[in-house]
Design a protein around this ligand. Structure first.
Ligand SMILES: Cc1cc2nc3c(=O)[nH]c(=O)nc-3n(C[C@H](O)[C@H](O)[C@H](O)COP(=O)(O)OP(=O)(O)OC[C@H]3O[C@@H](n4cnc5c(N)ncnc54)[C@H](O)[C@@H]3O)c2cc1C
Length: 407
C-alpha cells in the first residue's frame, strides 16, 4: 500500500473525494515515471535535461492542465490539490517536486494578472509542458528585502530596457518565459516595482553562472544588459510588481510546507524500514525504547506539519482573506519539523545514513533549502508576528504595507 500521502488526513472534512482520487492517480504516475529523473544529476547538462523531460511528461499527462482554464481542469489548481501534489512528488524525488513547483508558481501570475493576449500566448504551452516558466525575484544584494529590489526597467518609447541582475533563479537557463520583477519607480520602495514577462531568448539576457548547491538543482544567476522588451510584456499594471510577487508567494509558501511533509514522510518511512530490519541481539533496532521514542517524536511532528498545511490550503480555498498567515505558519513549522525528522532518520541509520546517495543522506541535503527559499524562516516569523494583531503591529515598511492593502 502507498505511503507517499496520508490517506487518513484525506478523510478529514478539509478534503473532498476528488482529492483522494487525485492523490491516488499522482502516486501511481510517480511510480511509473522514475526513469525521467533517476539519472546522474550532478552535471548541469543532465540536470537540465531531466528537468525538461519531467516537465514535458507532467504536461503531456495533464498535471498542469489547470494552468489553462480554457482547456484543463481548473479545480486541480486549488491549494489542497497543489499541496497534495507537492507532498507526493517530494516523497518520490526532489526533481519532480521542483519541476512542478517552479513551473506552476511562475505560471500563476499569468493566470492571475495576464491580459487575454498574454494568456493566449503562454498558457497553452505552459499547460502542455512545451514551454518552461521561471520566476525571477531575488537579486545578489537583495533576497529577503523584496521592497528594495534593484534591477531597473526604464521606459524608452514603446519599450522598457532592463539592467541589473537576478540571483538563484530556478530553471533560469532553460526558461522560455521569465516573470521578472523590476524597479520602474512609480513610487518609493514596494510601490515602484513592476512585473514583466520576459522571453528567455531576449537579447541582453544571459546566464551569468549556473549554481552548484548541496542538493543539485537547475538554478542560475542572470544578467540583464540593455535587455529591451516591448511594453506589452508588462504583467498587471506598472507599479503593481510587489503585489504580483506577494500574491504568488503568500499562496505558494504553504506548498513548500507540503513538500517538506513529503520529504519528512519519506525519511520517516525509510528509517522505520531500516529499524525494523536491523537485528539488535534477540530483537531489532525498532524495539529499543529510545529508538521507539524517536519514532514517536517523528510521528507527532509529521502529523502537526501535515495538519497545518491542510488548514492553510483549506483557508485559502474557502476564501479566508487572512489565509496568508496560515500559509506562513504551515511553511515555518513544516520545514523546520522536516529538517528535524530527516536528521533523526540519519541518526537511526547510523553510518549507513551518511553514505553518499543513500536515501537519508540525499534527503538531508535536499530538505535544507526549504527553510530559505520563498521567504526564510525568520521572514515567516516576521509575517506571523505582524498578523497576530494587525492593529498593534508597527508598520516597519509603510510602502510595503500600502502596496499590499491596495491589491
Ligand atoms: C534552492 C533555491 C531556489 C531558489 N529559487 C528562486 C527562484 O526561482 N526565484 C527567485 O527569485 N529566488 C529564488 N531563490 C532565492 C531565495 O528566495 C532567497 O535565497 C531567499 O529569499 C533569501 O534571500 P537571500 O539568500 O538573499 O538571504 P538574505 O535575505 O540575505 O538573508 C540572510 C539571513 O538574514 C536573515 N534576514 C534577512 N532579512 C531579515 C529580516 N528582515 N528579519 C530577520 N531576518 C532577516 C534571513 O532570514 C537569513 O537568515 C532560491 C533559493 C534557493 C536556495
Amino acid at each position: 500500500m502507498s505511503t507517499s500521502f496520508d490517506r487518513e488526513i484525506l478523510g478529514l472534512p478539509f478534503y473532498e473525494p476528488r482529492h483522494l482520487d487525485h492523490a491516488q492517480r499522482l502516486d501511481r504516475w510517480c511510480a511509473g515515471h522514475t526513469d525521467l529523473w533517476d539519472v546522474p544529476h550532478e552535471q548541469d547538462e543532465f540536470r537540465e535535461q531531466a528537468v525538461r523531460r519531467t516537465l514535458r511528461a507532467l504536461g503531456e499527462d495533464g498535471w498542469f492542465g489547470f494552468l489553462d482554464p480554457a482547456n484543463g481542469r481548473p479545480a486541480d489548481g486549488d491549494f489542497r490539490t497543489l499541496c497534495l501534489g507537492r507532498e507526493i512528488l517530494a516523497y518520490t524525488d526532489d526533481t519532480p517536486d521542483n519541476c512542478f513547483a517552479v513551473h506552476t508558481l511562475a505560471a500563476r501570475p499569468i493566470t492571475r494578472f495576464g491580459t487575454d493576449a498574454q494568456k493566449a500566448r503562454y498558457l497553452p504551452g505552459l499547460a502542455s509542458g512545451e514551454l518552461i516558466a521561471s520566476f525571477a525575484l531575488s537579486e545578489l544584494d537583495r533576497g529577503s528585502d523584496i521592497a528594495g529590489l534593484g534591477l531597473r526597467a526604464e521606459r524608452d518609447g514603446e519599450d522598457y530596457v532592463l539592467n541589473g541582475d537576478k540571483a538563484w533563479i530556478a530553471h533560469a537557463a532553460i526558461a522560455d518565459v521569465l516573470c521578472v520583477i523590476a524597479r520602474t519607480g512609480e513610487g518609493p520602495g514596494a510601490l515602484g516595482l513592476t512585473a514583466f514577462l520576459v522571453p528567455g531568448a531576449s537579447p541582453g539576457l544571459r546566464v551569468r553562472e549556473r549554481i552548484a548547491a548541496i542538493a543539485p538543482r537547475a538554478f542560475a544567476h542572470l544578467d540583464f544588459e540593455d535587455c529591451r522588451v516591448p511594453a506589452e510584456c508588462v504583467l498587471g499594471r506598472p507599479g503593481q510588481g510587489f503585489v504580483v510577487a506577494m500574491d504568488m508567494l503568500d499562496r505558494y509558501r504553504m506548498t513548500v510546507g507540503a513538500a517538506a511533509v513529503g520529504y519528512a514522510r519519506r525519511a520517516a518511512d525509510a528509517a522505520l524500514g531500516w529499524a525494523r530490519a536491523r537485528p539488535m541481539g534477540e530483537a531489532t533496532l525498532f524495539d529499543l525504547p529510545t529508538i521507539r521514542a524517536t519514532f514517536a517524536d517523528m510521528e507527532v511532528k509529521l502529523n502537526a506539519a501535515a495538519l497545518l498545511v491542510a488548514r492553510a490550503a483549506w483557508e485559502t480555498d474557502t476564501g479566508n482573506r487572512r489565509f496568508a498567515r496560515h500559509s506562513s505558519i504551515a511553511k515555518l513549522h513544516a520545514t523546520e519539523a522536516a529538517q528535524e525528522i530527516v536528521d533523526a532518520s540519519v541518526q537511526v541509520f547510523g553510518a549507513a545514513g551518511l553514505v553518499s546517495g543513500s536515501v537519508p543522506e540525499r534527503l538531508y541535503r535536499q530538505v535544507r533549502a526549504l527553510r530559505v527559499y520563498e521567504g526564510t524562516s525568520e521572514i515567516q516569523k516576521t509575517i506571523i508576528a505582524s498578523a497576530i494583531d494587525p492593529r498593534r503591529a508597527t508598520p516597519a515598511n509603510p510602502e510595503r504595507n500600502r502596496a499590499l492593502t491596495e491589491r
